[in-house]
Design a protein around this ligand. Structure first.
Ligand code: FES
Length: 85
């Protein structure tokens, strides 16, 4: 186990990711910022971060705006916080 793991998320991008989602389907949002499959988790946190992903169940079909800066208070969705960082 490495002691150089991130304890704070890194911004994947300072803007949300728009993703088409399906009602009732689960999505695993990357909370650490290290995933190569943004905005979703690819398991990278296991090696590089102490921060695990967050599950999101889509309430309806359509576009969801997932936070890319990883600082949203309304995780996993964008709440506009990226405009202040
Ligand atoms: S992308 Fe993080 S709050 Fe908008």
């Amino acid at each position: 186990m490495s002691d150089s793991k991130l304890t704070h998320p890194v911004a994947a991008q300072k803007a949300p990711y728009a993703l088409e989602v399906e009602a009732g389907k689960n999505y695993t949002w990357c909370a650490c910022g290290l995933s190569k499959k943004q905005p979703l988790c690819d398991g990278s946190h296991k090696a590089g971060s102490t921060i695990g992903p967050i599950r999101y169940t889509a309430p309806k079909d359509g576009k969801a705006y997932f936070c890319g800066c990883k600082e949203s208070v309304n995780r996993p969705l964008c709440d506009g916080t990226h405009g202040k960082i």
